[in-house]
Design a protein around this ligand. Structure first.
Ligand code: SF4
Ligand code: SF4
Length: 179
């Protein structure tokens, strides 16, 4: 072992003595939590519309969106979360908040799961499941008012209504030409 290596610990001790104590006796003393600190996320059920944008950007798949019968379930498994905050950045309605909560240890993984259940809207034409929630449809209408006539319909009913509207328009035009 070279002399440099031999004296390295002493060098570290002298650096530590200069910088003072930087650790705390956790959990007896609370650690420093800065405003930028990112802990678990919190999803506001009154805002979420089940669009899945957060799911698409979550690097470790801590967020998942599953369709079951007439529900869409947004699940957050904090055991996988890396607290990056990407989901909060992309949520179009600001439903996700990054909290300062970090004490998440538990004896059961069940405690690390949070779910948000959305009801799937029914097609106003045939009554079948639409695959979207009411809040999501409202969001679409708000951002594209021209979609209002079609957004509550399933793809089949949408196609039928569009063809009917087109046929009526063509008929009116033919009448005008003949007249
Ligand atoms: S991005 Fe926002 S609105 Fe969309 S599913 Fe995630 S939390 Fe809900
Ligand atoms: S903070 Fe990052 S890892 Fe955690 S749920 Fe959001 S996107 Fe996924």
């Amino acid at each position: 072992m070279g002399l440099k290596k031999l004296f390295k610990p002493f060098k570290l001790i002298s650096v530590a003595r200069r910088s003072g104590v930087v650790t705390v006796l956790y959990p007896y003393q609370k650690p420093l939590i800065t405003t930028e600190f990112r802990g678990k996320i919190s999803i506001d059920a009154s805002k979420c519309m089940g669009c899945g944008a957060c799911v698409n950007v979550c690097p470790p798949n801590a967020l998942t969106l599953n369709r079951r019968d007439n529900t869409i379930i947004l699940n957050y498994f904090m055991g996988r979360c890396i607290f990056c905050g990407r989901c909060a950045e992309v949520c179009p309605v600001g439903a996700i908040t990054v909290t300062h909560e970090f004490e998440l240890a538990s004896m059961s993984t069940r405690d690390l799961n949070e779910s948000l259940v959305h009801q799937v809207e029914k097609c106003s034409g045939c009554g079948g499941g639409l695959g979207a929630t009411r809040r999501k449809l409202q969001y679409v209408i708000l951002h594209s008012p021209t979609a209002e006539n079609y957004v509550h319909l399933c793809p089949d009913c949408r196609k039928k209504r569009f063809i009917n509207a087109l046929a009526m328009k063509m008929g009116a035009r033919t009448e005008n030409v003949e007249g």
